[in-house]
Ligand binder design. Structure first.
Ligand SMILES: Cc1cc2nc3c(=O)[nH]c(=O)nc-3n(C[C@H](O)[C@H](O)[C@H](O)COP(=O)(O)O)c2cc1C
Ligand SMILES: [Fe+2]
Ligand SMILES: [Fe+2]
Length: 397
C-alpha cells in the first residue's frame, strides 16, 4: 500500500489531506486546483500533532496518522489557529486521543471552548514558550492577526522547521507533490498570491510584523511548513520574500480598472480610458465585474498604484457587482492610494456620488476629472477621459 504520509525530517511527518470537493474557500474564493489542509506529526518520546483538518476529512486524516502511530497515544494536539479549516476534526481526534493535551495561545482558549465541546486538558502557551518532546523541543511564536488574533507558529529548532500556520500558505491541493522541489512553482506563485490577497489583505501590517519577528529571532529556518499548500525545503526564503513583497505598503506602478456595464455605455468609457493609458505608457490591468472572479479582481487590484472604478447607475446605486467589489476593498482595508471614477446614467444618476462618498470616508485622493456621462459621451466628455488618463499617468510616474 502506498504510504499516506510524507517525511519532512527524522520523526516529523506530513499527515494532511487534499480537498478536491469544496468549490469556494470560506464559501467565497474559488478553488480551481483544490486546497490542502496540512497537518504534521512529530513522533518523539512524546507524540505531538500540529493542526487537525477540516471536519469532513477527519477519517482520511486519521488513516494517515494510523500508518505511523496509534492516534490514542498522541500526547499533544497543537492548534496554531482556531479556524475550522484546521480545527474541524478536533472532536474526532478528541474521542480517540483521550489523554492528549491541547496546546494553544491564551487567546485561543475561549475560542476553542465556544467552538468545540471536547473533554481534553489544555495548556496555554505564552509567546516564545518551549515544550520538550524528548529529543526535540518546540517553541511557540505568537503571530497575532495572521490572520486571526489567536494565531501562533510552531518551531522545531533541532530540525529548523517552522510550522507557519496560514502564513506562507497557498491554495492548491498537493496531489503527492508536497515540496517546493517537486511542484509547479509558477502555479504555486499564482495560487499563493491569490490566497494572500483574498485571505490576508486586511492584516498586511501584521504579516510584516510577523516576518520581522521571525527574522529578529534569528531562526535558522530549513523548512517552512504552512497549514495550506506546498512545504518549502529547497528554498524557504522564497516564500518569505514573496509574502514580504505582497504585503509591503509600497504599491506597484500600474493602474487597475474595475468596471461594470449592462448595455455597453460604461464599457466604452472603460475601453477609451484603457487606450489613453496605454498611449501614455501606463501598465493597465482591467476587470469587468460580470466576467472576472471577485478573488481575481482583488488580487489584480490590491497592489495597484491607482485604481479606477467605473459603474453605471443601477437603482440609484453603483452597478451591484461594482458595489460588492467596493465593499470588499473597504473591508480588506486596501492601503490608501489615488482613485479615479467614471460612469454612465440614464436619469438621476447616483452611482458616482456614492463611490465618491466612499472614497472620502476612506480618505483616498480622488483624481480629477470624474467622468460622468448620460448615455453616450460628448466630445467634451471624451476629452475628460483623456485628462483622467493624464492624471493617472502623472501619479504613477
Ligand atoms: C435595472 C436598471 C436600473 C437603473 N437604475 C438607474 C437609476 O437609478 N438612475 C439612473 O440615472 N439610471 C439608471 N439606469 C440607467 C443606466 O444607468 C444607464 O442606462 C447607463 O448608461 C447604463 O450603462 P451601461 O450601458 O454601461 O450598462 C438603470 C438601468 C437599468 C437597466
Ligand atoms: Fe485561517
Ligand atoms: Fe487556513
Amino acid at each position: 500500500m502506498k504510504q499516506l504520509y510524507r517525511k519532512l525530517a527524522s520523526d516529523v511527518y506530513y499527515v494532511g489531506v487534499d480537498d478536491h470537493h469544496t468549490e469556494l474557500f470560506e464559501n467565497l474564493w474559488k478553488l480551481p486546483y483544490g486546497v490542502s489542509y496540512n497537518s504534521y506529526l512529530i513522533v518523539d518520546e512524546k507524540i505531538a500533532l500540529v493542526e487537525t483538518v477540516k471536519g469532513p476529512w477527519a477519517d482520511e486524516w486519521l488513516d494517515n496518522i494510523r500508518e505511523l502511530v496509534n492516534p490514542a497515544k498522541i500526547d499533544y494536539i497543537i492548534l496554531n489557529h482556531m479556524e475550522p479549516d484546521h480545527t474541524g476534526a478536533l472532536p474526532d481526534i478528541a474521542r480517540i486521543a483521550k489523554n492528549a493535551t491541547l496546546i494553544y495561545t491564551p487567546r485561543a482558549s475561549d475560542m476553542r471552548k465556544s467552538f468545540y465541546d471536547v473533554d481534553l486538558n489544555e495548556k496555554k502557551v505564552e509567546d516564545l514558550e518551549e515544550l520538550s518532546l524528548g529529543k526535540k523541543t518546540l517553541k511557540f511564536v505568537h503571530i497575532p492577526f495572521v490572520h486571526w488574533p489567536e494565531t501562533m507558529a510552531t518551531w522545531i529548532a533541532e530540525d529548523g522547521i517552522l510550522f507557519g500556520c496560514d502564513a506562507f500558505g497557498a491554495f492548491g491541493a498537493l496531489n503527492g507533490k508536497h515540496f517546493d522541489d517537486e511542484a509547479n512553482m509558477e502555479l504555486v506563485e499564482r495560487e499563493s498570491r491569490r490566497y494572500v490577497s483574498v485571505i490576508i489583505t486586511s492584516y498586511f501590517k501584521f504579516v510584516q510584523n510577523a516576518i520581522k519577528k521571525v527574522k529578529d529571532l534569528g531562526l535558522n529556518i530549513k523548512i517552512i511548513a504552512p497549514s495550506h499548500g506546498i512545504i518549502y525545503r529547497k528554498n524557504p526564503n522564497w516564500i518569505v520574500s514573496k509574502y514580504d513583497e505582497w504585503s509591503s505598503p509600497k504599491l506597484d506602478k500600474y493602474c487597475a480598472i474595475v468596471y461594470g456595464t449592462m448595455y455597453g455605455y460604461t464599457h466604452r468609457l472603460a475601453m477609451k480610458l484603457k487606450k489613453e493609458l496605454l498611449n501614455l505608457g501606463v501598465e493597465v490591468k482591467i476587470d469587468n465585474v460580470s466576467y472576472s472572479d471577485i478573488g481575481d479582481i482583488i488580487t489584480n487590484t490590491v497592489r495597484a498604484g491607482v485604481i479606477v472604478i467605473g459603474a453605471p447607475t443601477y437603482d440609484a446605486f453603483p452597478f451591484p457587482r461594482v458595489w460588492t467589489y467596493v465593499n470588499e476593498l473597504q473591508g480588506k482595508r486596501f492601503a490608501p492610494r489615488p482613485v479615479g471614477f467614471f460612469g454612465t446614467f440614464g436619469w438621476g444618476g447616483g452611482a458616482l456620488e456614492k463611490l465618491q462618498k466612499m472614497a472620502e470616508e476612506m480618505k483616498w485622493e480622488v483624481l480629477e476629472p470624474i467622468v460622468k456621462v448620460r448615455g453616450r459621451p460628448s466630445k467634451e466628455e471624451t476629452e475628460m477621459v483623456k485628462r483622467l488618463a493624464e492624471a493617472i499617468a502623472s501619479k504613477l510616474s
